[in-house]
Design a protein around this ligand. Sequence first.
Ligand code: NAP
Length: 370
Amino acid sequence: MNKIAVGILGATGVVGQNYVRLLGAHPWFEIVDLAASPRSAGKTYAEAVGKRWLMETPMPQRLKDRPVRDVMDYEAIPPDVKLFFSATELEDKQSTRDFEFAYAQKGFPVVSNSSANRWTPDVPMIIPEINGDHAEIIPSQQKNRKFPQSGFIAVKPNCSVQSYLIAIHALNQAGYPVDEILVNTLQAISGAGYKGLTEPERRITVNPLIPGEEEKTEKEPTKILGIVENDKIIPDYSMDVSALCTRVPVIDGHTALVYLNFAGDVPELEVIAKIWTEFHGEPQILQLPSAPEPPIQLVEQEDRPQVHLDVDNGNGMAVTIGRLAEDKFFDIRFVALSHNTVRGAAGGAILTAELLVKKGYIKHAGEQLT
Ligand code: NAP
């Protein structure tokens, strides 16, 4: 079987290294291109990363000597690349938007971790268990921007949103729409990239401010829960979110303390637990290679989920929920945990790409991918 040749933009960073780790034995995708800033360009991958390799598994031997390309050096893109994963942020959002569009303009699908294109109206922002159908906007994006048929951009949302939105979607789908959420996040230092992991003071303090994070956490669900109609993504404003986001001395894993009210009937706690336990999204139905089974793991123990025990559930792709209870001020409350650099970044984007392959938006050599 011919694998799909992929490139990683921002391959030297925390998310980039996670792509390298997760794609090491991927059944459909094979890394053939590693790109980063001009600081890394021209060096081998091992030299460019140097002492910054943060994965628990060793750097794959076959990539160590591969030269790193400058992300702006389009001439040097290997001819066989069919898909790019983007995990880089240029000096400002407009430059990042333009650079991702430049790749799409050259005919490449780009699945991005950056926030730059999340609010571009014709760019789908996808959590595969929730809104894979938003990929239907891709042909309009290609038409609007005169991209070649193969080129487009799809993005994944902010890492904090992944911890709880699948659980909310499962309740909505089961006929118990949620209309108010108060969420406090306890976010890992790896969420701030390599800098976050290497500034010593971050390991001994709780920082009550993550600039821009609360706005993203409150706003992004409206687009994700929206519908595609007449070539537009119509946001869903029926649910209001109030978020307070903090950075805590944890390496990997964003925890969300969630309080919510239902719009109508309040289901019994046992009913909620059953809805979450039985929930399956499109990735599970299609049995995509990176789909966690089950996507929501419920833990009974009162002192769970805990980052060091639960963050790797479902290979870092599951959302783990515990402490489901009635609340004094809200209908219910619970604690949800997800892995920010896996489900919230590289793994979430890989799952999105798998879905886009299955739906025919990312082309491959024609043989059946299994
Ligand atoms: P990081 O560790 O700081 O890595 C940044 C990467 O971008 C490196 O490969 C770096 O290359 C490259 N880069 C920086 N400036 C560049 C420039 N001017 N031109 C080209 N490449 C440049 O950051 P990260 O945590 O991996 O995050 C990458 C992206 O993913 C960001 O947009 C971030 O917001 C998003 N994200 C991160 C997480 C997370 O949990 N960390 C979660 C979701 C989304 P050099 O090594 O050559 O400098």
